[in-house]
Design a protein around this ligand. Structure first.
Ligand code: MN
Ligand code: MN
Length: 310
């Protein structure tokens, strides 16, 4: 019996219950450094749904990630105690109730001292996550990697929140430090010629995909390191990757980052005061061969590796 546990690192990747990286599925956070949290929610999407299946699929894709990261030269789970905390109790028909549940669950976890790696879910989940982190740390420095600015105003007056609005509210609520918010990889048709100017007025430094490709990732990382001086939160929308690398998402935009550039961007955050991370917008029904989920799992692994060398 004992040589066939229900889950865990000793099993083959195709065996057992699929927790993230075969971590213990546990809510006991005593002496825990990192908690993986799923938010299976897609009622904030504006086009194609399916991100409610994201956390489960990313967990499955993570089973194949072996422990050592040769690029950062670290075996994160040798340095860090981590658990898979499971999912937030979402209500698919209520974004507001779900946002409250996310903020409460996140606050409970981070107040123990554990850091959060959250797997979405659509990008609306970033707002309650930022609320929880800002409550603990004060306003944060924010690195937002995305094809979209997500600082739009809601098109529905009655419902302000969606996956297109989280950073408008985060800025307006004072959750982000002044001049310490970069949105990177931005592209695609806009709703008006004023969208970038509006984002700037709110406090965003918009780095378009054109700028990333012209300057290269290293130059962008230089600016990130110059700008981000506070406790730094990282939010990655998988649609920042080109649809060739990440087709499994709700609002794909052509002409994006390669998987390698995304890995480079995350690895290059070494040295910052990293306090939290989310990865959103993986929509398995639109994926092919799980390539989007595999990229997402590996980006989370790179971030976990950064925490181990902090
Ligand atoms: Mn987004
Ligand atoms: Mn996006």
């Amino acid at each position: 019996m004992n040589d066939n546990p229900a889950f865990g690192a000793g099993l083959q990747p195709f065996m057992g219950i699929p927790s993230f990286m075969r971590l213990p599925a546990s809510r006991n956070l005593k002496d825990i450094d990192v908690a993986i949290l799923g938010v299976p929610f897609d009622s904030g999407t504006s086009y194609r749904t399916g991100t409610r299946f994201g956390p489960r699929k990313i967990r499955e894709a993570s089973l194949m990630i072996w422990g050592h990261n040769p690029t950062l030269n670290v075996t994160p789970l040798k340095k860090l105690q981590a658990v898979d905390y499971g999912d937030v109790s979402v209500i698919p028909t209520s974004i507001e109730h779900t946002m409250t549940a996310i903020a409460n669950t996140a606050a409970e976890i981070i107040q123990t001292g554990a850091k959060l790696i959250t797997l979405g879910g659509d990008h609306s989940i970033a707002l309650p996550l930022l609320r929880a982190h800002a409550k603990k740390h004060g306003p944060v420095s924010l690195i937002h990697i995305d094809a979209h600015i997500d600082t739009w105003e809601s098109e529905f007056e009655a419902v302000p929140y969606s996956h297109g609005t989280p950073f408008r509210y985060a800025l307006q609520e004072g959750l982000i430090r002044k001049d310490e918010y970069m949105q990177i990889g931005i592209r695609g048709p806009l709703s008006s010629e004023h969208d970038y100017a509006d984002a700037k007025k709110l406090g965003a430094r918009t780095v378009t995909i054109h700028e990333v490709m012209e300057k290269g990732v290293k130059e962008i990382l230089k600016e990130i390191h110059q700008r981000m001086k506070g406790p730094t939160y990282v939010t990655v929308d998988i649609d920042s990757a080109d649809p060739a690398f990440a087709p499994g998402t709700g609002t794909p935009e052509v002409g994006g980052l390669t998987s390698y550039q995304l890995l480079q961007l995350i690895r290059g955050l070494h040295g910052l005061n990293l306090i939290g991370f989310d990865l959103v917008e993986v929509s398995p029904p639109f994926d092919h061969g799980d390539i989007t989920a595999i990229l997402a799992a590996n980006l989370a692994f790179e971030y976990l590796s950064l925490l181990a060398i902090q």
